[in-house]
Design a protein around this ligand. Structure first.
Ligand SMILES: [Mn+2]
Length: 583
């Protein structure tokens, strides 16, 4: 392994043993989740009797992906299957009124299969059973109380022996479809189900699952499949068989995702070249999640995903592509506007721990994330709800809300992931909760929640730079960095469980051989340092003034990452700077 790669990983605590372990699949071939066999047999019965099964998904990126896997997968197996359109204008969950609507929309339904939702839907499942429906649950959320569902497949069930629980809802759905494909024994069908891994990868990123074990291989495979889908001449090549043999509902999501990508490319919303898991994080997950954020009609998204050849009838697909892109732009603008007005609002009595806002429920989580990012403090953003306030909470790593009991007041609710959750606070407890959040924050162990355990690269190893982990002094050191930039991509995807090393490049004005501003508005900065190190800093023009005013021995530290830049068939090493670190 490259020396810089090994050392910067070790600096983050990733030993060789750890790296070996996280590349291991836990739920590989032949693994069966508790009751998964039973679920597949129940499906087989539904299939053989020709009964109508309706897929009930959640409506975020993971839910949409899970829904796609079951809808497309079951269609491929020849089921009579429909996809339910959940309400998007309220929080996560499944209510009896949703079941009533499902039954009225699909009067001949005889079974419901959930994905990414359902594990806690006590009342909704009881209602479905009262209509004579069989309910099959697939989910990844933790089970707290057993519902009356016929079969439950969820690695986070009560008493689960599953070794690894960090998989998304779409992964669980895919696992069930794989097992069903095994049962059919048809190799061609198995290969087609495997293509749906593309959506399980989107779901994994949408839910920010740890990039270890099976989630790691699913995301890797997903990115690979997405790139193949974009690179192939036509989708028949991608599937390895003529699409005319396949159900529309199976083919359309791939075809339309490809069309959406080319639309985004044309509109300048994504960059050309190979996509990575970062394209999922920064482009596709926000795009699809804008449906839940804005409470938009998920049926439009279903039209975009599941209608084949809409462009032969009219230009509907272009319209649908522009609709979802616009929806996301509106979401961004709304969050920015509300964030700015909240940050300046002097009447926010509980800030910066609690903000009260009259915003759409789906926008509260991203707002709380922005405040957390700004202050490093736990934050709730809530809206009026009956006698209290409901909304979303975000807490820094190291603020363990389960252990510290900050939200353990009677009547206060905090449900969901450890650091990102839904919350409810009765009006009279706002002050108490705010104070508890502050106490919890102050009691956090030092050194946690602070981003930036940088691996320090010292230019020329001058003693004035103080401590550094690696010195760029000789031509060989450039080669080590260049090789690092090549090898680091092999360790994608990065995320929780395996983070990309972040470097701090330490240098003095004496190490800077040249500088120039770039971009049409001259806002980007390019520095040429000694030993052929090039620093590229997006929106970094302001740093140049500082540099020019500095004394030759002043030390600067700039955080960033190494990347290979490919241009005209040649490869260049770049240090992509992100921000300055004060020393
Ligand atoms: Mn999920």
């Amino acid at each position: 392994m490259n020396r810089l790669l090994r050392d910067s990983f070790l600096h983050k605590g990733y030993t060789y043993e750890y790296l070996t372990d996280i590349f291991r699949d836990v739920y590989g071939q032949n693994y069966i989740f508790e009751d998964e066999g039973q679920l597949v047999l129940a499906l087989k019965k539904i299939h053989d009797s020709g009964r109508h099964v309706v897929v009930y998904p959640d409506f975020d990126m993971d839910g949409i992906s899970a829904g796609c896997i079951l809808y497309a997968g079951l269609s491929l197996f020849g089921f009579r299957v429909s996809l339910f359109a959940p309400r998007t204008d309220r929080g996560y969950g499944m209510e009896p009124e949703d079941v009533e609507r499902l039954v009225s929309e699909f009067p001949d339904v005889s079974a419901v299969i959930t994905c990414d939702v359902g594990i806690a839907a006590m009342d909704a499942i009881a209602r479905a059973r009262s209509h004579g429906l069989k309910v099959l649950v697939t989910d990844h959320h933790p089970e707290t109380m057993r519902t009356s569902a016929s079969v439950i497949v969820d690695p986070s069930r009560i008493g689960s022996q599953a070794e690894f629980k960090g998989v998304c809802g779409a992964y669980v759905a895919l696992h069930v479809m794989r097992l069903y494909a095994d049962l059919t024994g048809n190799e061609a069908v198995k290969a087609l189900i495997e293509k749906l891994t593309l959506f399980a990868g989107l779901g994994s990123r949408g839910d920010a699952m740890p990039v270890i074990h099976d989630t790691r291989s699913v995301v890797r495979r997903s990115v690979e499949l997405f790139n193949q889908l974009l690179d192939c001449e036509d989708v028949s090549e991608f599937f390895g068989c003529s699409v005319e043999m396949l159900p529309d509902v199976y083919v359309a999501p791939f075809e339309n995702l490809r069309a959406l990508h080319y639309y985004m490319l044309r509109e300048g919303k994504v960059q050309g070249g190979d996509l990575t898991e970062e394209t999922y994080d920064f482009k596709y997950c926000p795009l699809f999640n804008s449906i839940k954020r804005m409470g938009s009609d998920i049926r439009l998204l279903y039209d975009l995903l599941y209608t084949r050849y809409p462009w032969e009838r009219n230009t509907e697909r272009e319209d649908l592509c522009s609709w979802i892109v616009e929806n996301n732009e509106t979401r961004k603008a709304a969050i920015k506007q509300i964030y700015e007005s909240l940050a300046q609002d002097a009447s926010q009595a509980y800030a910066p721990y609690i903000y009260l806002a009259d915003a759409k429920p789906g926008l509260l989580g991203p707002l709380a994330s922005k405040f957390l990012e700004l202050t490093g403090k736990p934050c709730l953003v809530l809206r009026p709800d009956g006698n209290g306030y409901s909304g979303s909470g975000r807490t820094p790593q190291g603020f363990d809300r389960t252990k510290n009991g900050v939200f353990a007041f009677p009547g206060v609710k905090a449900d969901g992931h450890e650091n990102a959750f839904g919350a409810y606070v009765p009006k009279k407890l706002l002050k108490d909760v705010r104070d508890a959040m502050e106490r919890g924050f102050l009691a956090m162990p030092a050194g946690t929640g602070v981003p930036g355990e940088y691996y320090v690269l010292g230019m020329n190893g001058r003693s004035c730079l103080g401590d550094y982990d690696f010195s760029i002094t000789r031509p060989d050191d450039f080669d080590v960095c260049f090789e690092y930039a090549h090898e680091i991509d092999r360790f994608r995807p990065f995320g929780q469980g395996l983070e990309e090393p972040e470097f701090a490049l330490a240098f003095t004005p004496r190490d800077v051989l040249g500088s120039r501003l770039m971009g049409s508005s001259q806002t980007h900065l390019r520095l040429s340092l000694d030993h052929a190190i090039t620093v590229v800093w997006f929106n970094g023009a302001g740093f140049l003034e500082k540099l020019s005013a500095a004394r030759p021995e002043d030390v600067f530290r700039v955080a960033g990452k190494f990347r290979i830049n490919r241009f005209n068939g040649s490869e260049y090493l770049q240090f992509q700077a992100d921000h300055e670190i004060s020393c």
